[in-house]
Write a protein that binds this ligand. Structure first.
Ligand code: SF4
Ligand code: SF4
Length: 168
């Protein structure tokens, strides 16, 4: 008898209570995203995948100076230089091992040419370990990005005076 009473309470009292809670949320704006169709915009200071920048004329900014590799605490950057026909220096080989990288952004900070930067992308998971060695060709942007001139000035000032950038 006690069991039957308990079942009746569940059906006629608890279940409608549950439906009311569900109905209340049906008309509310969802707090979740329909990932991967919808993607959450990352914070401006988020550091995702690496890119290698070009100048306006399409030439590579990186002069293979090695400062980014020297600054990298994870020893994740490897490069070999070469000389262009007009006597300039550029990277013949430029690789980043993303399995070692801790996405600290020190390479970006160290680069005197503003050649390397960390973007906002975070979807580069893979099943193959070799695919995490990113070559120069994987990172070179097709066109020079439209940079925010104010951000560039702030970065230069920060570099000169050693001011930590809280807004990045
Ligand atoms: S983000 Fe940091 S760990 Fe990754 S390559 Fe640059 S300096 Fe190295
Ligand atoms: S990315 Fe910048 S710091 Fe690194 S080798 Fe190229 S020019 Fe030098």
């Amino acid at each position: 008898m006690k069991e039957i009473l308990k079942a009746l309470i569940n059906v006629f009292l608890k279940m409608p209570q549950g439906f009311v809670v569900t109905l209340k949320h049906v008309f509310k704006k969802p707090v979740t995203l329909d990932y991967p169709r919808e993607k959450k915009p990352m914070a401006p200071r988020y550091r995702g995948r690496h890119y290698l920048e070009r100048y306006e004329d399409g030439t590579e900014r990186c002069v293979c100076c090695g400062l980014c590799a020297a600054a990298c605490p994870a020893d994740a950057i490897y490069m070999e230089p070469e000389e262009t026909p007009n006597g300039e220096r550029k990277a013949k080989v430029y690789e980043i091992n993303l399995l070692r990288c801790i996405f600290c952004g020190f390479c970006e900070e160290a680069c005197p040419e503003e050649a390397i930067f960390l973007g906002q992308e975070y979807e580069f998971s893979d099943f193959n370990r070799d695919s995490f060695i990113w070559r120069k060709e994987d990172m070179l942007v097709p066109h020079p990005r439209k940079d925010n001139p104010f951000k560039r000035i702030i970065r230069r000032v920060r570099r000169v005076y050693g001011v930590p950038d809280a807004a990045r």
